[in-house]
Design a protein. Structure first.
Length: 571
């Protein structure tokens, strides 16, 4: 059939040529799908204009892709941790096979370029698409996600009955861990419950703290410490000893701090590392556990809270063959997750990536990670020197602390390597001043640094219980809302309330960012020795937003509250 309507292209044209639709029906379907903002393939099937089989056959024919019967797919062999569950559900994309850096994915709509880009970035692999029938794929994806939930539920369910020895891999020593006295069984169950409860709540740290007349256990959830248990103080030595055994530390040494690790395996495909540190205090050993979930680094850049232009700036910098990307902010501001998210995007078979860290917080397969050890001379600077003799493409330095490290990092960035690192400064422009104060010449800074991101983590408002706060226009103006993109008249500020589904009105965290591109104008100022205020003013004319403005933007969008914006940006 000849198609006379020149507007019809691609799949609609194919449907007309194959006699499945006439031109009027195809045009109407395209118009209605556009009006309702629903993908054309989904609209055709959901509106019962065509069967899922007919649409899938035409789609495969049009785009030259294989057609797969997903009913024949055994979910047991589908890779579990390659694509985040939210991405699978949002784009109806079923991962089928990961082999030699190529990921096969079943989709109903191969025209969704955003889905393809997000999957490629998150998987760190080339993506091969196959077409599947929309209704069958929807059912298969639901089963795939249900199985993932079941795996975690089995590991976390029945906390009192779980023996952590079956989950911990780093301490599986028959002589020490499994040979506990019967009297310690309640204590073992208590620690098991605390650890798994912390994972379930999304805590980042667990504090076991002895005092003269009491003992407390606290979780740091969404950046805030909260007391969760008060075991008898007489148990303090045994609790510390149990944790030290699990982390393979010396239980007889109580006079000096010790560092160790525990690995908790939640399922065959998911394990969580726990970093353990002990500290002798006046009334016994305080033990702090840092929960390091490697899944956080693979959840995708879209989950970190960047504004669209900020995310684009980061992705463009990561795509550069050389230069330096710097993250800045206080401890606990999310710099590590931002760095690892970038590394995950870069981590392909074509790149040689090396990192120097203190400590190595998240293990990443395919990346050569080095734990620095100053006591034996393995400093950041020495590790960097070694990296440059190892034919690197990408280098990550945990922190630039001194001139020696800064000079080697700058040299690497100027000689064909992409360098990622962190500094402790309050804002992005101040990072340039800090490098200059270290003794790095302005010319070297201007020709090596390509992007600086300052960041903080703010608690998200619970979407179930947040309430609108009626604030006068004068208060909004005083807070700085007149400096953001949302008109003052349209700003709606919400406040936390608290319900059974959240933590005092908050649930989860999001990043607050200021992203400074090193443009030609900023480079000139750096070489002229301008201060951070002058650099910020020049960058502002090119679209730069401060941390405060980014925080207020998220307040106006209803993501965080004004109190939280004040807490994280009022330095």
């Amino acid at each position: 059939m000849n198609v006379r309507n020149p507007v019809l292209r691609g799949l609609p044209r194919r449907l007309v040529e194959e006699g499945l639709l006439d031109e009027a029906a195809a045009s109407a379907a395209v118009e209605e799908a556009g009006r309702t903002k629903v993908p054309l393939i989904q609209h055709l099937v959901d509106a019962r204009i065509l069967s899922a089989r007919e649409v899938a056959l035409a789609t495969a024919h049009e785009f030259g892709l294989p057609l797969l019967d997903v009913d024949a797919v055994n979910l047991k062999y589908c890779p579990r941790d390659v694509i985040d569950a939210k991405l699978v559900a949002r784009h109806l994309a079923l991962p089928l096979r990961l082999h030699r850096g190529r990921l096969s994915v079943a989709v109903a709509d191969p025209t969704d370029q955003r889905a393809l880009t997000e999957i490629r970035f998150q998987a760190g692999a080339a993506v091969d698409l196959v077409v599947a029938e929309c209704d069958k794929l929807r059912h298969k994806v639901a089963r795939f996600l249900d199985q993932q939930d079941d795996d975690i539920a089995k590991a976390l369910g029945g906390l009192d009955d779980i023996q952590l020895e079956t989950l911990v891999t780093d301490a599986e020593d028959e002589g020490t861990v499994l040979g506990e006295d019967a009297d310690d069984a309640p204590l073992v169950r208590f620690i098991n419950k605390v650890l798994l409860d912390a994972i379930r709540r999304g805590a980042s740290d667990i504090h076991f703290e002895p005092y003269e007349a009491r003992y407390r256990v606290r979780f740091r959830t969404d950046g805030i410490l909260q007391e969760v248990a008060k075991p008898p103080p007489a148990l303090a030595p045994r609790l510390a000893a149990r944790l030290k055994v699990m982390a393979r530390l010396d239980i007889s040494e109580r006079r000096v701090p010790q560092d160790g690790r525990i690995k908790i395996r939640l399922s065959k495909s998911r394990a969580i590392d726990v970093r353990v540190n002990t500290l002798p205090t006046q009334y016994g050993e305080k033990v702090v556990l840092r929960i390091l979930d490697s899944g956080a680094a693979r959840m995708g850049i879209e989950a970190l809270g960047y504004e669209p232009d900020q995310q684009q700036a980061y992705l463009e910098a990561l795509a550069r063959p050389q230069g330096m990307i710097l993250m800045t902010g206080p401890t606990g501001s999310g710099k590590t997750v931002s760095l690892y998210t970038g590394l995950n995007i870069l981590n392909t078979a074509e790149r040689n990536i090396s990192t120097a860290e203190d400590p190595v917080e998240i293990y990443m397969e395919g990346v050569n990670q080095v734990q620095v050890n100053p006591r034996v001379g393995l400093t950041f600077a020495e590790a960097l020197r070694a990296f440059l003799r190892q034919d690197p493409d990408v280098v990550m330095v945990g922190e630039i602390r001194d001139l020696e490290t800064a000079e080697i990092a700058v040299k690497a960035a100027q000689t064909g390597h992409l360098v990622l690192s962190t500094l402790h400064t309050n804002s992005a422009p101040e990072t340039l001043t800090r490098l200059a104060n270290m003794g790095v010449p302005g010319f070297n800074i201007a020709t090596s640094v390509i992007l600086i991101m300052a960041q903080r983590l703010a608690r998200r408002l619970c979407t179930e219980c947040k309430q609108l706060a009626d604030l006068p226009k004068a208060v909004l103006k005083e807070a700085g809302f007149d400096s953001i993109e949302v008109p003052l008249e349209q700003v709606r500020v919400f406040r936390p309330v608290g319900c059974a589904r959240c933590n005092l009105g908050y649930k989860g965290r999001t990043g607050i960012y200021e992203v400074l591109r090193i443009t030609p104008a900023v480079s000139r100022l750096i070489m002229e020795g301008a201060n951070s205020l002058q650099i910020a003013e020049a960058a502002r004319r090119e679209g730069y937003r401060t941390l405060r403005q980014s925080a207020l933007q998220k307040v106006a969008e209803g993501i965080i509250g004004l109190e939280e914006a004040n807490r994280v940006t009022m330095d």
